[in-house]
Design a protein around this ligand. Structure first.
Ligand code: SAH
Length: 247
């Protein structure tokens, strides 16, 4: 007897608040035999999984390196070949700095089709949670989602061209920017961005422990340090950051 074909759903779990998950994400999660969970996923969303589902955490915790992509990939392949329905849960949207693209490609190379279920990305949800409209038409022609992770780690030795980004005059929304915030702000100021540009940092957005602050760009790193605001956080730079709830 051949096993029924398994399946993989790559699911965006949204930024934290369980109610920001899509209906489609909840349905796919509730049908899964196996759930592979990244670390930015709010564990509360697992209430939608079946009681008998096999739940595996593959994200990094407490500074530990995350499970290597190759291991996660092998795990998915094993479950699919055994005929299981796999739900791969990622924080936010799986294709926005979530490595979802890599996983889809690797599985496609093995003939496994992946259904992608979009999620609400932190770069939209975090600013919105404090009333910042990232593309308010009086302020910005667009928004740039950029990683601040930069030089170290597994993104290689790449660094965004901060001068080019400043030249766009668009709202900058920086993911993974907290650790190198000082360097990033220095690069933006060196590129000619006005030191008074409104900026905001929003941590743990849409979760009960959410905190945020606003400061002119030149003061942002110190303000973040003084408030001990840490990851995960989204940094918003641009005049839209002055809009919304004041804090
Ligand atoms: N795929 C995710 C992003 C993964 S990269 C998404 O679409 O949202 C991880 C980064 O996302 C974090 O370093 C942080 O910058 C941001 N992030 C994720 N969840 C967040 C949250 N609840 N609040 C603030 N930032 C968050």
């Amino acid at each position: 007897m051949t096993a029924r074909p398994g399946s993989v759903h790559l699911i965006g779990a949204g930024p934290g608040d369980v109610e920001l998950m899509t209906l489609k994400a909840v349905r796919a999660l509730s049908e899964a035999d196996v759930v592979l969970v990244d670390d930015l996923v709010n564990p509360d969303v697992l209430k939608f999984a079946r009681d008998d589902a096999l739940i595996t955490y593959v994200g990094k915790r407490g500074g530990q390196p995350s499970t290597p992509q190759a291991v996660i990939f092998e795990l998915m392949l094993t479950h699919v070949h055994a005929g299981r329905r796999v739900a791969r849960l990622k924080g936010g949207d799986p294709f926005v700095f979530g490595r979802g693209g890599e996983e889809v490609q690797a599985l496609a190379d093995e003939g496994v089709h992946v259904e992608v279920i979009s999620g609400i990305t932190a770069g939209i949800a975090a600013p919105a949670s404090v009333g910042i409209p990232v593309t308010h038409r009086d302020h910005a022609m667009g928004v740039v989602f950029v990683t601040g992770h930069g030089a170290s780690g597994d993104t290689g030795n790449r660094e965004p061209d901060w001068s080019a980004l400043v030249a766009t005059k668009m709202t900058l929304v920086i993911y993974m920017g907290m650790r190198r915030l000082g360097e990033i702000v220095a690069a933006l100021l060196a590129a000619g961005l006005d030191p008074q540009t409104p900026s905001a940092a929003i941590a743990a957005a849409t979760r009960p422990e959410q905190r945020h602050l606003r400061a002119p760009l030149e003061r942002l790193p110190d303000a973040v340090k003084a408030a001990s605001l840490g990851a995960p956080a989204i940094v918003v730079i641009g005049s839209v950051a002055a809009l919304g709830d004041q804090a």
